[in-house]
Design a binder for this molecule. Sequence first.
Ligand SMILES: [Zn+2]
Length: 271
Amino acid sequence: MVVVFGFILGLLIGSFLNVVILRLPQNESIVYPASHCPKCKEPLKWWHNIPLLSWIVLRGRCYYCKEPISVQYPLVELTTALLFAIVFYKEDFTLQAFVIAALFSLLLALSIIDLYYKAVPDSLNLLAALLALFSSNDYLQNLQNATIVAGALAMLRFFVSYYVSKKEQLRLNKELKKAPWLKAYYPKFIMIEAMGEGDIIVGFVMGGLLGLKRAILALFLAALIALPASIYNRIYRSDAQLPFIPFLALGAFFSYLFGSTILEWINANSF
Ligand SMILES: [Zn+2]
């Protein structure tokens, strides 16, 4: 029963997430105007707006101008519905279930926005950070864990940035040795920033939501999942920057679901 409730609530939230994903990065209001077709601007009728079902009934096209409607809409709705169903199954009908499901749906929205824009709106990010403090009853402990993971990620960012910048500096020095007359065109200092600031706030969310151990596991899982994508990116799209929030979100969700089991297994099998 609680799973069905979660699923339906998730469908509604997912429908709202679609609006957030579409409008927030463009600085548009998320409540006004009412939903309309992006092509012909015709406002939607109530039965065009039912999560999942409308897209199926309309066969993925606008009712008026027959413009195809992106499959992203039903996918976001279905994913959010499944997220909510799983979280409610795990947490039962508690305040925590609402907070945690809301957190993961925020992470979903942040992931999609990061994929499109390579940056995320702070309004959404900071809302998640705030919510993460209430994901369990021990608020002070949540704050402590969140701060530690965010701090660890901030330090990691310094180290990686230092490494990447030094590498680039050495490469330039080598080039300059071959062609010293280019010196005037080269920057004196190289400062490359690895990772986005948004990643650190997501780290804060992970710490507050998962606790230290499961958050570290989540970071490890995120890096593991990101590895093939990163290699692909290196080979086929050399200059493209890989958005990291989708991987952090995936790592967090896996760690939320299986983290305790994995950590227990590691404890039982370590010497
Ligand atoms: Zn239309």
